[in-house]
Ligand binder design. Structure first.
Ligand SMILES: Cc1ncc(COP(=O)(O)O)c(C=O)c1O
Length: 352
């Protein structure tokens, strides 16, 4: 029906959530420093020593998220998606609750396994506690902070209610904190509760996806099981990137990056609000979700690649809309042009 503009360099790709690009030579310099790190075998598998250093760095990192973790409670993995796959692969999870609107990787993970998957209904404040009760699942993957795709932050009351339900029903809460460091709210996992939780923190959305670095944190038998499978998960990481991650966490570069990301995202979100007033009152999120029946292909024809609702939901018609990644634009000027085109498309389609 639509002529494809795949591969057309004139199309601005705002369909993938990536952090705002950092100064071009920062990554190269970090890699050079890492290569020169004493005793570094960057052609080999990660050594136990390097894994241990990354665990220690992970503990330091999680402290900034309000989580006091011991290194042995941390499992480093090659990104958030690998973390979720490791959890589902290693633990005995037979039924899984997923947000009715969720990040595409979760849908893909659920589809690829012999697992009973139940959609958890949501309102503007996140997953409904009753839906979690009714689902009665072994585990649920939740993204309460700058949820993907909606960009919402679930209230503290909702978080507490969900934890209470999980504690009652013995549901393991897997909190995906991919965007958490970009917001001012403590993770759900840091709240006192009787629920069993696993916390997944990736550096992909706040520093660089190419680092392929994430941490899983939890307590007791759950994390012990994951930890003893570390060679099935940790081997997926490239030693060079592990070294960069360690150095960036230890030197505070990660925190500087987050501060810079947050400033830029605030400005970009303000810009988006000018085009789409319905976003007013939403937290400054690196991505926005617009409710529209206009298909993603129409935006592509207008020169902007966006992600359509079928990427985020198993019932896309019930959640029709598009997600635009504000942080993926190379500049605010480019974003301004793209948003104005998207606004035109949504307005024109609403008039049909
Ligand atoms: C909510 C959420 N979790 C996890 C991931 C995966 O991140 P990673 O690149 O670290 O695998 C993404 C990527 O889009 C995401 O949006």
């Amino acid at each position: 029906m639509f002529a494809s503009r795949m591969g057309d360099p004139a199309v601005l790709d705002l369909s993938v959530n990536t952090p705002v690009a950092m100064a071009s030579d920062a990554f190269a310099k970090a890699v050079e420093r890492a290569i020169k790190a004493p005793g570094m075998d960057w052609q080999g598998y990660a050594s136990r020593k390097l894994i241990q250093r990354l665990r220690l760095a992970g503990a330091r990192w999680l402290e900034t998220r309000g989580i006091m973790a011991r290194p042995e409670e941390i499992v480093p993995v090659a990104g958030g998606q690998a973390a979720l796959a490791a959890i589902l692969g290693v633990l005995d999870i037979k039924s899984l609750g997923i947000e009715a609107q969720t990040y595409s990787g979760v849908i893909a993970l659920a589809q690829g396994r012999a697992l009973k998957t139940i959609d958890l209904h949501m309102d503007g404040d996140g997953v409904l506690p009753k839906s979690l009760t009714d689902a009665g699942v072994d585990a649920a993957i939740l993204t309460p902070t700058l949820h993907n795709p909606t960009g919402k932050i679930w209230s503290k009351a909702r978080r507490r209610d969900l934890l209470a339900v999980a504690a009652r029903s013995g549901t393991l809460v897997i909190e995906d904190d991919a965007y958490g460091p970009l917001a001012d709210i403590e993770p759900m996992t840091a709240l006192p509760s009787g629920a069993s939780t696993l916390f997944v923190s990736t550096l992909s959305k706040i520093v660089a996806p190419g680092l392929r670095t994430a941490f899983i944190w939890g307590r007791g038998q759950t994390i012990e099981k994951l930890s003893s499978a570390i060679y099935a998960t940790g081997w997926g990481m490239a030693p060079l990137m592990m070294e960069v991650a360690v150095q960036w966490i230890e030197s505070g570069v990660v925190n500087e990056q987050i501060a810079a990301q947050r400033l830029e995202i605030e400005a970009r979100h303000r810009l988006a609000t000018a085009f789409f007033p319905e976003l007013r009152g939403n937290p400054p999120s690196p991505h926005i979700f617009l409710k529209t029946c206009a298909p993603a292909e129409l935006f592509e024809l207008a020169g902007v690649r966006v992600a359509g609702s079928s990427a985020f939901s198993r019932r896309p018609v019930a959640n029709a809309g598009i997600r635009i990644s504000l942080s993926a634009a190379p500049s605010r000027v480019a974003l301004d042009v793209a948003l104005s085109r998207c606004a035109e498309v949504t307005r024109a389609h609403a008039r049909l």
